[in-house]
Design a protein around this ligand. Structure first.
Ligand SMILES: COc1cc(O)cc(C/C=C(\C)CC/C=C(\C)CC/C=C(\C)CC/C=C(\C)CC/C=C(\C)CC/C=C(\C)CC/C=C(\C)CC/C=C(\C)CC/C=C(\C)CCC=C(C)C)c1O
Ligand SMILES: C[S@@+](CC[C@H](N)C(=O)[O-])C[C@H]1O[C@@H](n2cnc3c(N)ncnc32)[C@H](O)[C@@H]1O
Length: 324
């Protein structure tokens, strides 16, 4: 999604010189540096660009993909219960706030990337359905002479009850999607919902297809999503990201660290039998950039009108940007 002329490659794990040089390489720009020195630097930059982080560990990009896959394959069945236990239910409020911020209009086509077990998609469907029902009620009240058959018909079409809105949940992990589909079945979500197995770095969708792209607690696990997020959004489309961020209050930060490193992996072991995955969770949270840094990265990636809102003292933040 790098804007023409900019040299941005969006990978929060290897920014700075590496990012600029690699971006220039990608765009075919030449430097005026002496040949040998330039080649040597490019070679070492190439090597470094292929490196990334898995929690506090430095790994190759390929290795990271495999490790992240194992983490979510391992936690899938306990994922939802873990989130409620670890956050005392607060993650539900954060996800609700993402929907309030999104405020989807009738007919919105949403792509929820790294959508996992469907929390964002289900909230989206609830939201658009209740918006549509409110509108429908207003319209029916305005039409005085409708028969009961006409009124019943208005309420019967399940697809129509969403006002044309649709959501696609895309995730790389089969196990997470499997749990999501079971939840959808149990909770009665069917219309306007599709599940797609796919990689955020190579989305299996055409260009300019979606009105909104969301990614909730997913971006930490992915190295490069920039070009894809921008590509699949329609012009005017919106990028929304809910992710862990930086706590600015020193006292809360201290307590938060204690809780993260002393309690979360223990809960992971006790509830999900998986210490390592939850150790990875807290380490990956620590490595993620601050609100301002992440805002800059979204701008570098070519999005406009980028803003963010910190929630719960900055434990998480919602970033928003537009493809213009
Ligand atoms: C493998 O990868 C993953 C696996 C997953 O299951 C999930 C994710 C992605 C994450 C989500 C979908 C979101 C849901 C998950 C979480 C929120 C877990 C991560 C949580 C943290 C990093 C910590 C922050 C937690 C909260 C804000 C929730 C509220 C928790 C508390 C208020 C703590 C209450 C705990 C106790 C009373 C237990 C006793 C604790 C101790 C003895 C240790 C010391 C702790 C304290 C003195 C208190 C802790 C204080 C704080 C945490 C500060 C909170 C401050 C404010 C709320 C202002 C995934 O990638
Ligand atoms: C912490 S979960 C978030 C799930 C959901 N969005 C939520 O808020 O509960 C992270 C998800 O990212 C997915 N993921 C990791 N790497 C991915 C990639 N390259 N492409 C798509 N999804 C990916 C994982 O499989 C997992 O389901």
């Amino acid at each position: 999604m790098a804007a023409p002329g900019s040299c941005a490659l969006w990978s929060y794990c290897g920014r700075g010189w590496s990012r600029a040089m690699r971006g220039c390489q990608l765009l075919g720009l030449r430097s005026s540096w002496p040949g040998d020195l330039l080649s040597a630097r490019l070679l070492s930059q190439e090597k470094r660009a292929a490196e990334t982080h898995f929690g506090f560990e430095t790994v190759s990009e390929e290795e990271k993909g495999g490790k992240v896959y194992q983490v979510f394959e391992s936690v899938a069945k306990k994922y939802d219960v873990m989130n409620d236990m670890m956050s005392l239910g607060i993650h539900r409020v954060w996800k609700d706030l993402l929907l309030w911020k999104m405020h989807p209009l009738p007919g919105t086509q949403l792509l929820d990337v790294a959508g996992g077990t469907g929390d964002i998609a289900f909230r989206f469907l609830n939201y658009v359905q209740s918006q549509h029902q409110r509108k429908q009620k207003r319209q029916l009240r305005a039409q005085q002479n409708l028969s009961w058959e006409e009124i019943a018909k208005e309420y019967q079409n399940e697809e129509d009850s969403l006002g044309g809105s649709r959501v696609v949940v895309c995730d790389i992990n089969k196990e997470m999607l499997k749990v999501g589909k079971q939840k959808a079945l149990a909770q009665g979500y069917r219309a306007g919902l599709a599940w797609v197995l796919g990689d955020a770095e190579e989305l299996p969708f055409d260009d300019d297809k979606f009105d909104i792209y969301t990614i909730a607690f997913g971006i930490r696990n992915v190295t490069h999503i920039d070009q894809e997020a921008h590509r699949v959004l329609k012009p005017g489309g919106r990028f929304l990201c809910l992710e862990f961020s930086q706590v600015n209050n020193p006292l809360i930060s201290r307590l938060y660290d204690l809780y993260s490193f002393q309690v979360i992996p223990v809960l992971g072991e006790v509830i999900a039998g998986d210490w390592k995955s939850y150790q990875y969770l807290v380490e990956s949270i620590r490595r993620f950039p601050s609100q301002e840094e992440f805002k800059d990265m979204i701008e570098d990636a070519g999005f406009h009108k980028v803003t963010y809102e910190s929630l719960t003292s900055g434990i998480v933040a919602i970033h928003s940007g537009f493809k213009l």
